[in-house]
Design a protein around this ligand. Structure first.
Ligand SMILES: Nc1nc2c(ncn2[C@@H]2O[C@H](COP(=O)(O)OP(=O)(O)OP(=O)(O)O)[C@@H](O)[C@H]2O)c(=O)[nH]1
Ligand SMILES: [Zn+2]
Length: 370
């Protein structure tokens, strides 16, 4: 069994000398809350801020949007002014509302280290959560204090289907779809406003975009916090749950439009790390892998469990847009176990046969001695 309480390993020089009462040397998890305009993100965060849960959560509300969301946060800020200072709430949480990307707010928040154990960050309804997520990966200064735990996307049960199926001008990705594609958890909210049949359609649509995502259904964004926090979606702890998902995953339904879909494939054997890097870089950086009609495959999210030559443990692959990394998991290949590589890609113009062929060609290709 995995010891979930085991602190993440951090480089020694990353452990600051400042007061870190909560978890010495430990990084603070950040969960990104996305979702289309009006889906219920702020409602979710307000719910978390007002519930008793014995957790000290710092919440960064994005108040770029107008109307009801603003009013809600005004209610929380009590003073009647838009809050740009950190406010300590009765249940031990901290709250701040910001107008920009929120990264500034996180930097500002880190000065209050020791007062909270978790950060929830709301993005604007139209934001690309991948861009926000990327900042935690590439910003090493932020990265030594915090880590990305997961991406949660709130979907409006009433209008979600319309948002998800809206066709954008050529070349543009529908933001609502992108948010679902990147999510580790989708909360279908406002179920009070729809029939069971409508709800089914939304669920099916979410599932067809993202075959891996966990789906919850709520009213007023009332969720069990344990389903939202500590998902460990981006670290090696998620290797075990990823393996379970592979087993449960059904093949994706054929999509009529050129929307975002999930494809998954498996190739048995051991692969070389450099060949895997080459494959991923062709896909994410060079973007030179095309489908049968000549369209470039556009991968938004990538996950995989692979078997690398010379490594005794399964390796997890994580990608968001152009960024990716490989990390050895705690799961060891057993001696009599068939070594295999399983990948999941979420994106556009993905064609399973072609991508699998390219993978096989790339990873089995003999590399020169140099
Ligand atoms: N009927 C119904 N209304 C809801 C539910 N959840 C939230 N709402 C309402 O939907 C509206 C939008 O909710 P918000 O939480 O502000 O949505 P948001 O995603 O933060 O919106 P933006 O920040 O503007 O993108 C508010 O008026 C909420 O009261 C629900 O489950 N059912
Ligand atoms: Zn909001």
């Amino acid at each position: 069994m995995e010891d979930e309480d085991c602190p993440d390993l951090v480089p020694i020089d990353a452990v600051g000398s400042e007061e870190t009462e909560s978890s010495p040397g430990g990084k603070i998890p950040v969960t990104i809350i996305t979702g289309y305009l009006g889906a219920g993100k702020t409602t979710l965060l307000n719910y978390i801020l007002t519930e008793q849960h014995n957790k000290r959560i710092a919440v960064i509300l994005n108040e770029f949007g107008e109307g009801s969301a603003l009013e809600k946060s005004l209610a929380i800020s009590q003073g009647g002014e838009l809050y740009e200072e950190w406010l300590e709430l009765r249940n031990g949480c901290l709250c701040c509302s910001v107008k920009d990307s929120g990264v500034k707010a996180i930097e500002n928040l880190m000065q209050r280290r020791g007062k909270f154990d978790y950060i929830l960050l709301e993005t604007t309804g139209l934001a690309d959560p991948g861009a926000v997520a990327s900042m935690f990966w590439v910003d090493s200064e932020l990265g030594s204090d915090i880590y990305l735990d997961g991406i949660v996307s709130v979907v409006d049960a009433k209008h979600g289907l319309q948002h998800l199926t809206e066709v954008k001008p050529e070349g543009l990705v529908n933001e609502a779809c992108r948010q679902v594609a990147l999510a580790d958890l989708v909360i279908i909210n406002k179920t009070d406003l729809v029939s069971e049949e409508e709800l089914n359609k939304v669920r099916t649509s979410v599932r067809s975009i993202n075959g891996l995502v966990k789906i919850l259904e709520t009213q007023r964004s009332r969720v069990d916090l344990s389903n939202v926090l500590d998902l460990h979606a981006f670290d090696s702890l998620s290797g075990i749950s990823l393996q379970k998902k592979f087993e449960q995953m059904k093949t994706t339904h054929a999509h009529l439009d050129k929307g975002i879909i999930t494809v998954t494939f498996e190739v048995p054997g051991n692969i070389k790390e450099e060949n895997l890097n080459l494959f991923i870089q062709n896909l994410l950086w060079e973007k030179n892998i095309k489908d049968k009609t000549g369209c470039t495959m556009d991968v938004i999210r990538l996950k995989g469990l692979v078997s690398i030559q010379g490594k005794s443990h399964q390796v997890i692959v994580q990608g968001v847009h152009e960024l990716y990394d490989l990390e050895e998991t705690a799961v060891e290949w057993k001696e009599d176990e068939k070594r295999t590589n399983r990948l999941v890609l979420i994106g556009r113009n993905l064609d399973k046969e072609t991508i699998k062929e390219v993978f096989i060609a790339t990873v089995t290709e003999k590399q020169g001695n140099g």
